[in-house]
Ligand binder design. Structure first.
Ligand code: F6R
Length: 611
């Protein structure tokens, strides 16, 4: 994880660095630091805690930071606890080099032992510090050559940015399996882990590839491949609006992003459903009947919320296209000797496109011969670049750590994909396809309706938000939604929440359901509605407080539950897109009620680029 920024140009670097780091705080926020070249010396300021602590230190400094070249880092600890000493940037023994890093140096222990033997003195517990000492060890009069020699010794993943007082007008940076972009300005250039850090300065970027190294001065950016041969990079123009990455009047990014879902869904469906609702159009796939018939098995690989979207994908692909689908947690997939071959389609779901477990799982599937299809929200992300085919979710930048609009747009894409496969395989009738297409087009307005009815959800969050245990139950698609609802609650409000397939509860977990324990019961699946009512009765018999999530016109539900959250009636295969919205809101309001840091929950980060 971690966010990285760099600046070289005519202006004082500090303001860009701090503003850029603030935009990247979603990547990690347990400590922060910057390094600057000033009057031929390296000056470093760092602090444990949020970026605001570092800002305070910098503002209180008698001697202002005036350098016009600098680097910055906001950290999510991997090696070494969050502390000022462990925060980046790190230097060598003599303070001639300084480095910031996102990733993990896997062979740092052996490198550290070798360097200690050669007399280097280490100050921190981090893996990153070895990089600075290695640079010092390998420096022989040329900064770039020393960086290249250093990179050859490293195993693991990294985005690294270096400064040296031997070449005070130059930033050198490189990456492997972690993102790094260069923003191209006019007489100034920028380095960052992600676009929000630079978008208010430039839209022109180079996206560094793995094992590429960039030498960045204020007037020039030279990119070299792993052999040191210059690479001709294509400029990638960022198309989003800078406003899209700001809070826009909402108290938290998460709330803003929940409210952006109708637009995000509309954008994601745009051009992908025929005007007359007769078919799904996924030009980016262009699969023929033979291509589809050649697929014996689908494996969906993802983590966390994206995994829950994968569960919905499995349900719909099997139902609509009658294709066998497995859903795998990415961090497990790679190490389990997966049964994958040329007849497998691996669908990789990742909002960021940078999750290292997911990326590694995709590489493994590719190595075993699978065709790969990525569903991601970030254009030109590592996963998008590695995959054979990509379908983008057009959710726009998602800043809050808890995923909301990226998730619902993933739901839309897996639904479109399942219908698309079914239409090629002829496993859905024309009428069924038409009905689904129409239903999809209603969803943005229906979500708006859910978003207008938030007051009961606010009330429940105050009433039940201080309970330490909350259960979510559902069947079929409602089970996947229950899992997502419970994850949202756990991650941002720190309430212990469990999600169960409602019929499974009685096989053990029912023992935990006692008087006044809140149970959120999703009841939108008409095929199993009666069964769900029986499961609700089971928890009511243990005196649980039940909050049902049901359709507006469902008059049966209120006979069995204590409260109801209503959603508009929708096609039974599309309800998951609606029923998750009140659960997102519930998690949000519980977190606010409990005084939690909604957008930056403890111990988490937005982009998980470590295994
Ligand atoms: C939870 C959440 C995470 C991510 C997971 C995968 O709200 O956002 O569970 O879904 O870390 O991230 P991506 O989708 O970027 O691969």
């Amino acid at each position: 994880m971690c966010g990285i920024v760099g600046y070289v140009g005519p202006k004082e670097a500090v303001s860009f660095l701090l503003a850029g780091m603030e935009k990247l705080e979603y990547r990690g926020y347990d400590s922060a630091g910057i390094a600057m070249l000033e009057k031929g010396e390296i000056r470093i300021e760092k602090s444990v805690g949020r970026l605001s602590f570092l800002e305070k230190i910098i503002n209180q400094n008698k001697e202002k930071l005036t350098g016009t070249i600098g680097i910055g880092h906001t950290r999510w600890a991997t090696h070494g606890r969050p502390s000022t000493i462990n925060s980046h940037p790190h230097t060598d023994c003599d303070g001639n080099f300084v480095v910031v890093h996102n990733g993990i140096i896997e062979n740092y222990q052996s490198l550290k032992e070798m360097l200690i033997e050669r007399g280097h003195i280490f100050k921190s517990e981090t893996d990153t510090e070895v990089v600075a000492h290695l640079l010092e060890e390998l420096y022989d009069g040329d900064f770039l050559t020393a960086v290249q020699k250093t990179l050859r010794k490293l195993e693991g993943s990294y985005a690294l940015v270096f400064l040296s007082k031997y070449q005070p007008d130059t930033i050198i940076c490189s990456k492997k399996d972690n993102p790094l972009i260069i923003g191209l300005g006019d007489g100034e250039n920028f380095v960052a882990s992600d676009i929000p850090a630079i978008i208010s300065h430039t839209r022109k970027t180079y996206i560094l590839g793995d094992n590429e190294t960039a030498v960045v001065t204020k007037d020039n950016v030279k990119v070299l491949d792993y052999r040191g041969v210059p690479v001709k990079k294509k400029i990638f123009e960022v198309e989003w609006d800078a406003q899209a990455a700001e809070k826009g009047g909402y108290e938290h990014f998460m709330l803003k992003e929940i409210y952006e879902q109708p637009k995000a869904i509309r954008d994601t469906m745009s051009g992908r459903i025929a005007k007359d609702n007769s078919k799904i159009v996924l030009e980016e796939l262009n699969f023929s009947v033979e291509d589809i018939n050649d697929i014996e098995r689908i494996v969906i690989v993802a983590c966390g919320t994206a995994y829950h979207a994968g569960m919905v994908g499995k349900y719909l692909l099997e139902k609509f296209a009658r294709m066998p689908v497995e859903v795998e947690i990415a961090s497990e997939f790679r190490y389990k000797d997966p049964i994958v071959n040329e007849k497998t389609l691996a669908i990789i779901i990742s909002q960021s496109g940078e999750t290292i477990d997911t990326l590694a799982a995709m590489k493994e599937a590719k190595k075993l011969g699978a065709k790969t299809l990525a569903i991601t929200n970030v254009v030109s992300s590592s996963i998008a670049r590695e995959a054979d085919k990509v379908i983008y979710t057009w959710a726009g930048p998602e800043i809050a750590v808890a995923s909301t609009k990226a998730y619902t747009t993933q739901l839309i894409v897996v639904t479109l994909l399942a219908i698309y496969f079914a239409q090629i395989k002829n496993t859905l009738s024309k009428e069924e396809i038409k009905e689904l297409c129409q239903g999809l087009k209603f969803l943005p307005e229906q979500i708006n309706d859910v978003l207008e009815e938030i007051s009961p959800i606010k009330t429940f969050s105050k009433q039940y938000g201080f309970n330490e245990n909350i259960f979510f139950i559902g069947r079929a698609l409602d089970y996947a939604v229950a899992l997502e609802g419970s994850l949202k609650l756990k991650e941002i409000s720190y309430v212990h929440a469990e999600a169960y397939a409602a019929g499974e509860l009685k096989h053990g977990t029912l023992a935990l359901v006692v008087k006044e324990v809140p149970v959120i019961a999703l009841a939108t699946q008409e095929d199993v509605y009666d069964k769900m009512i029986s499961n609700i009765k089971e928890v009511k018999a243990r005196e649980a407080v039940v909050i049902g999530v049901a359709f507006q016109d469902d008059q049966e539900i209120e006979k069995h539950v204590d409260h109801v959250i209503r959603i508009p009636r929708a096609n039974k295969f599309l309800t998951h897109v609606l029923s998750v919205v009140p659960l997102q809101l519930l998690a949000y309001f519980v977190a606010v009620t409990r005084g939690c840091d909604v957008d930056k929950p403890r111990n988490l980060a937005k982009s998980v680029t470590v295994e």
